[in-house]
Every structure is written in structure tokens, then in C-alpha cells.
Design a protein around this ligand. Sequence first.
Ligand code: GRF
Length: 194
Amino acid sequence: MVKLIGSKNVIAAVFISGTGSNLKSLIKFSLLKRSPIKINLVISNNTKAKGLNFAEKYKLKKKTYNFSNKKLSENLILRDLKKNKIKLICLAGFMKILSPLFIKKFKGIIVNIHPSLLPKYKGLNTHERVLKNKEKYSGCTVHFVNSELDSGKIILQKKIRVFKKDTVISLKKRILKEEHSLYPKAINKLFSNL
Ligand code: GRF
């Protein structure tokens, strides 16, 4: 495990599959003077991911692997990570499950953001399930990634109230907004002395 607190210029890769709004917030955060991370690579499993436009806009190196052969894609990604000296992987809406072997082989830290108050509502369709169960609260969680889905140690969480009038769309929107500040805060918690 690499040294965490006090680390500066931790070189990061962000993995995405879709819109990339968390990627955008992480890029903005990484460009702040006091940020402990520098993003050197964006990886997507989807050539059409809208988030790839942010990589382009901020002139970040980007690579796409389709995962039709997962083992091969993962090996090529591991090679990219090594070449780019990546020490931190931030999963941000990445819809592929990384294999235990990939997690073991990557000699750095992998973190993820999930739109629920883990350990509740692991996996997909979190907002639907939260509403169906009439939960009073939901939120988002940044956690370490281990070989079990959405189960690694929690780094930081933000809790929000679920309103009676909430729909999947309204809840998703409010939680996503919280994610954009939670992810940078969690990274600061890992690496900064602040
Ligand atoms: C976020 O809700 C994140 O928590 C989940 O997927 C969504 C990605 O959104 N894992 P975006 O692509 O960052 O906009």
C-alpha cells in the first residue's frame, strides 16, 4: 500500500462509462493548487461515453477498451497504468466490475463513488430501491474498492433526506450534486494534511 496522508501530486486515472459529471468535478479539483492529485489518464469502456469530451476539453490522455475480452482489456489497462505512473484509480460511474486479479495486480489505491449510503443498496438501481422501501434518508459514499462489489472500507459519506415527493430523477439529481463535492473531499481526506 502506498503512503497516504501527506502525499502530494498523486498521479491518478479516472475510469468512466457515461456522462462523466464526477470526472468533471475531479478534473476541476485536480487543477486546484492545493489538490493532492494530478489526473494523467481517463479510461472508458465505452467509446460513446459523454465524459470523454471532458478529457478532450482538459487535454487529458484518454483510452477506451471495450471489455469484450475482459482479461485482455484489463491487462492492457494495467500496462497503461504502469506507463503513466498511476498510483490512484478513481472509479466514477464505471460500469464494469474489475476482476480480483486486476485489483491485486494494481499496486496502488482504487476508490469508487456509489449513490447510496453503503452498506445499504449495493449494486444497480439504488434510487428505485430506496424509494420503493420508503427510506427517509439516502446519499452517496466514497469507498475503497476490494474484490466484493461496493463493499470496501468507507472513506466518506454524505447523507440527504428523501422527500415524499421525490422521484428517481429528482433523487438522482440531488445525490449527484452531493457526489461532486464528496469525491474531492474524500480524496483530500486520504492524501492531505489539511
Ligand atoms: C454516479 O451516480 C455514481 O455514483 C455512479 O454512477 C453515476 C455516474 O455519474 N457510480 P457520472 O457519469 O459521474 O455523471
